[in-house]
Design a protein around this ligand. Structure first.
Ligand code: THU
Length: 127
């Protein structure tokens, strides 16, 4: 898996962000263990609470296409700094494994964590 390629795909997806309320763009590119890439961007809503984050868009696109095994997700935002996933997205992604790699880029530097590092002591109901 080429980290730079995944970051580029996340940046492309970020262009489609629908950010009428925050003007904060986020893009994500999720790669499955079999090598398929699904992208996502944030989609905001006037009710605010109905907003969907880029990470969950990428995941739901993949899951609804039958995918269940994920290797890595690249996440970029328009702030010029690293964009880390919100708590809901961390919990959402944890459903599919804490070994997922999360790749971040701020325009200068790349950082990689596992989801387990970003969500220690994750809630699990069925082990
Ligand atoms: N956002 C994401 O897309 N992913 C995150 O993990 C953090 C927040 C979006 C939601 C909203 O559209 C905007 O960023 C500002 O919160």
């Amino acid at each position: 898996m080429d980290k730079n390629l995944l970051i580029e795909k996340a940046k492309d997806a970020m262009k489609n962000a629908y950010v009428k309320y925050s003007n904060f763009r986020v893009g994500a590119a999720l790669i499955t263990k079999s090598g398929k890439v699904f992208t996502g961007c944030n989609v905001e809503n006037s009710s605010y609470g109905a907003t969907i984050c880029a990470e969950r868009v990428a995941f739901t696109k993949a899951i609804s296409e039958g995918e269940r095994e994920f290797e890595a997700i690249a996440i970029v935002g328009s702030s010029g700094d690293f964009t880390y996933p919100c708590g809901i997205c961390r919990q959402f992604m944890s459903e599919f494994g804490l070994d997922l790699k999360l790749i971040f880029e701020n325009g200068r530097e790349i950082k990689t964590y596992t989801l387990g590092e970003l969500l220690p002591e994750a809630f699990v109901s069925i082990p």
